[in-house]
Design a binder for this molecule. Sequence first.
Ligand SMILES: Cc1cc2nc3c(=O)[nH]c(=O)nc-3n(C[C@H](O)[C@H](O)[C@H](O)COP(=O)(O)O)c2cc1C
Length: 370
Amino acid sequence: MRRKYLIYWRLPLTSYVGSKVIAQPVYRVDRSYSWNYGHSPTLPRVRRVPSGPGGKLFDHPLNSPIGIAAGPLLNSKWIEAYSRVGFDVLTYKTVRSMAMPAHALPNIRPVENREHAAIATAKRVDGQPTLAVSLGIPSVEPEVWRKDVRRAKDRIGSGQVLIVSVVGTWAPGMDAEQLVQDYARCAAWAAEAGADAIEVHLAVPDPFAEQPQLIYENIPLSAQILYRVRTTMPKPVLAKLGVFRTPRLLHETATKLASWASGFVMTHGVRRRVVDEAGNAAFEGAGRDRATIVGADTWPLASRQIEEMLSWRKAGAWDRAILGVGGITTVERADHLLREGADAALIATTALFDPLFAIRFRQLRSTAVA
Ligand SMILES: Cc1cc2nc3c(=O)[nH]c(=O)nc-3n(C[C@H](O)[C@H](O)[C@H](O)COP(=O)(O)O)c2cc1C
């Protein structure tokens, strides 16, 4: 039955929120990606968004350093809706140089992380959700998203920044140079359309590796992509990175990529095998046995990596922006990373069902000041 995967608002409603509020899902995980693309959320009307603590990203002043990572904001309507409820760093969902459909439903499932695999459950999502995502990085045609990025930029206000996430599309027979070119083409289009910064999604499979790995684990290829993106368009470039096998690899990668990146967005999520309680594949179809695990359970791993990056930056290894992502399911977690020195704290999973997160963060900060 459809309802079993629905994610509902937790209704953390306060006096800032209009009186007529009906519990309803934000992103409908029981509906297709296209359906969600066409149905932007009707968020509660917020009468007065508390003022933010300020911040800065590159040359842009921010109302607050709280934002949304690549994924939940499917198009300019989603961006507009979340920009009205206190999120100031808004990432336009990853786009490609060609249209690409999403994987079939289900493509987002709540999971429990167990030792051997992530187990898809039919439980209602609670306040600390962990999800498996197997969407396949869908994209609309470039003509559509290029116009829509322009609209998104027009709809956000002062003290807010628009990041556009891009990925190269590989097809059998393509060499590395063609993939690099494809990343750069998308980045140039996004910059031209009005993005304030470009996020280069490197946490995707490396099509040239003999052993399965993600592109950020291939330092020469990642450096080539970032270099080409950086020299093709004038906006700051952010590298999206995932989990590293060791702190040494993280350090080595960040140090090498720092020459070509203005900042890092991490941690993307954890690739894991996902099965249901009976041990059957949780997502049907070839190549879908592994999915990206995101949300609450990834916090220990993600926050450790972010804190390591912050210490190296403090120690003077390099001086680049660090946007913390991964398992930020409470305002206290966001606050912790920001106090440690992160330039921004971004949420994805929590944004799907708790659109008033940024308002609660602002309340937390104003209480702390008082
Ligand atoms: C529904 C959904 C869709 C996502 N799509 C993308 C995407 O298109 N590109 C990308 O770089 N990351 C994508 N992500 C990953 C998020 O950007 C983020 O790295 C990850 O979810 C970890 O943050 P979280 O624990 O707050 O969810 C997606 C995440 C979710 C939940």
